[in-house]
Design a protein around this ligand. Structure first.
Ligand code: NAP
Length: 246
């Protein structure tokens, strides 16, 4: 099977890396930056000369341009048979209307797909091949269209928020005497372990298990409350949603 990426930016790169070795061939296009060629060289795929060639040769076209570019590429991709749309804030109906001849699936992935530990919200009816590809990239959740924006604000953007938290905690460790790289290693591995715990325990239980009454973690959590950490995350999700909805 041939998978063609229309757009070769951050998300196309993450998905293509995750799919590497699982498909017969990957094709890439861009708008002239050369990123398609770089990805093709990295992953052993091919940068094509046009979106029309991509649509003609690919069994599955992954629409990985910014939402505002949809109108630019629709005509060129008219021959696409299966379209997997990654477009943020763009409904399945909108993309299906743009590609009336194609089977269209809407997918909202996050960056974890690069290491096959992503979250992928899906609307539409992927065939077994496409479903298998998506499942190989992480945790697939079928989601009603109206919930996509809120889900995107949580799972699409959250890798950046969590990375910020890791960065801030590691920086604080370095400011208090730890070697910078060691501080990051400690926090990254702690994050990975905590993620596994959170799969089987409620977040509040994890918090309580670490923060014994009167202890140092409790003091840290109180400081986070005083500084408005919870409100700050809420504001981040709201700001993402507002930007998404224009
Ligand atoms: N980044 C994320 O974490 C994330 C998460 C979920 C969903 N998404 C969705 O994924 C899509 C892509 O986001 P991104 O972050 O990867 O954006 P990006 O890094 O800006 O990449 C966009 C890509 O589209 C290409 N492009 C623009 N016009 C084109 C055209 N006419 N033909 C072919 N390619 C064209 C650009 O080409 P050049 O390289 O030449 O500029 C670039 O390679 C968006 O719709 C976004 O909502 C992203």
């Amino acid at each position: 099977m041939i998978v063609g990426f229309c757009g070769s930016g951050s998300m196309a790169a993450a998905m293509a890396r995750g799919l590497s070795g699982q498909v017969d061939r990957m094709l890439f296009s861009d708008s002239g930056s050369g990123r398609a060629g770089e990805l093709a060289a990295e992953l052993g795929g091919e940068a094509v000369g046009s979106n029309a060639e991509l649509a003609d040769r690919a069994d599955v076209v992954v629409l990985a341009v910014k939402p505002a570019r949809l109108g630019d590429v629709v005509g060129e991709l008219a021959g696409a048979k299966v379209v997997v749309s990654l477009l943020g804030a763009t409904s399945l109906e909108t993309v299906s209307d743009a590609f009336p001849e194609a089977a269209v699936i809407r997918v909202m992935p996050n960056l974890g797909v690069e290491v096959r530990k992503g979250v992928l919200c899906v609307a539409g009816a992927p065939d077994s091949y496409v479903r298998g590809l998506l499942e190989s990239l992480g945790h697939v959740v079928e989601l009603p269209g109206p919930q996509f924006d809120a889900a995107t604000a949580v799972m699409g953007c959250a890798p950046a928020y969590l990375a910020l938290a890791v960065e801030a905690i590691a920086d604080a460790g370095a400011a208090n005497g730890l070697d910078e790289e060691l501080a990051r290693e400690l926090v990254v591995e702690t994050t990975a372990g905590t993620a596994e715990l959170l799969r089987v325990q409620h977040p509040a239980d994890v918090r309580k298990a670490v923060a014994s009454p009167g202890g140092s973690t409790e003091a840290g959590l109180e400081a986070l409350d005083r500084e408005g950490a919870r409100e700050a995350f809420g504001a981040a999700v709201r700001a993402s949603l507002e930007r998404m909805r224009g």
